[in-house]
Design a protein around this ligand. Structure first.
Ligand SMILES: Nc1nc2c(c(=O)[nH]1)N[C@@H](CN(C=O)c1ccc(C(=O)N[C@@H](CCC(=O)O)C(=O)O)cc1)CN2
Length: 300
């Protein structure tokens, strides 16, 4: 009889985070006479982005935030997007600004992310916040949402200190691969980042006590990639179509059934890392609001 790994329930964990955020946000609102404010900017009509942005707006409202969604057409110029960001930087009702990625290809995403006030950068993508994380500062409240959510999930299995554990991160994106490697390192794991140019990637993955798959390749990580008892975090969200049936299905970068047979703990797709990303965005917005109150209370 194959063993069954522990299922790390991202939806339930996300709810416990957002319930706590909603409690603290209610106290913030009572004390400050205003709600924490989140603005999400969506450029274009990418269907997946529309789903995520809608979920962010709904969750912000559920947490008791002032929530603004700014939808712009795909042909918006970079100058006009920078003007939107500038307006939000100077809007006293807004504590957190998120520009949904990917942006249309005519826009330089780095230029836009760098224009966000670092104190309102609830994605943690501004070079100042990314740089602080890369230099080992994990006390900065504005950590990128997906990696912060992943660490929350890992802690439910391993606790805070990952000393003596090998972590392998598959993927080196600026949104997930790089920042999660810094967070794992800060928690004392021994970290290896693998990517498309890595040799013997399967054998390397098999050495991992904690395996984070963030490559965007449907079900790439199978049984033979996973060390028995490992914790497997699946960041992939891939929609695969069945042309014959005319249906589609959401799958991760990990073969879920095979992982459940061999791993110690596994995150599912859907209802794994995705909901945690949105929950950590709520937590970041609240932290940004609290930090702004403190900053503005200090006489210049
Ligand atoms: N500015 C940003 N852009 C993007 C980020 C980000 O963190 N900041 N991450 C991803 C998309 N993303 C958040 O924006 C995100 C992806 C998936 C989910 C989620 O809850 N997924 C569900 C499934 C939803 C579905 O049916 O498609 C799940 O996994 O259960 C939330 C947020 C890229 N862009």
């Amino acid at each position: 009889m194959p063993r069954q790994a522990v299922l790390i329930d991202g939806k339930a964990l996300a709810k416990s985070v957002t319930d706590a955020v909603a409690d603290v946000a209610a106290r913030f609102t009572a004390a400050q006479g205003r709600q924490p404010g989140l603005a999400v900017v969506l450029v274009g009509e990418d269907p997946a982005s529309q789903v995520y942005v809608r979920s962010k707006g709904k969750m912000a409202a559920r947490c008791g935030f002032h929530s603004v969604t700014i939808r712009q057409s795909a042909d918006l110029s970079q100058t006009d997007l920078l003007a939107v960001v500038d307006r939000l930087n100077n809007d006293s009702t807004i504590d957190g600004i998120l520009v949904q990625l990917p942006l249309p290809t005519h826009i330089d995403a780095d230029a836009v992310l760098s224009a966000i006030d670092p104190g309102k950068d609830v994605d943690g993508f501004h070079p100042i916040n990314a740089g602080r994380l890369a230099s080992g500062d994990v006390d900065n409240p504005l950590l990128p949402c997906t990696p912060a959510g992943i660490m929350h999930m890992i802690r439910t299995i391993h606790g805070k200190d990952l000393s003596g554990l090998n972590a392998v991160v598959l993927g080196r994106s600026t949104i997930v691969g790089r920042p999660i490697s810094h967070l794992l390192l800060a928690a004392n794991a021994t970290v290896t980042v693998a990517h498309s140019r890595t040799k013997n990637i399967e054998a390397l993955a098999h050495t991992a006590d904690i395996l984070v798959a963030a490559v965007g390749r449907p079900q790439m990580v199978g049984r033979s990639w996973i060390k028995p008892g490992a914790t497997v975090i699946d960041v992939g969200i891939n929609r695969i179509e069945d042309q014959n049936l005319g249906t589609s299905q959401l799958v991760g970068d990990v073969n879920f059934d095979e992982a459940m047979d061999v791993a110690g703990a596994v995150t599912p797709v859907p209802k794994g890392v995705g909901p945690m990303t949105i929950a950590m965005l709520m937590a970041n917005t609240l932290k940004a609001a609290e930090a702004r109150v403190k900053r503005e209370a200090v006489p210049a």
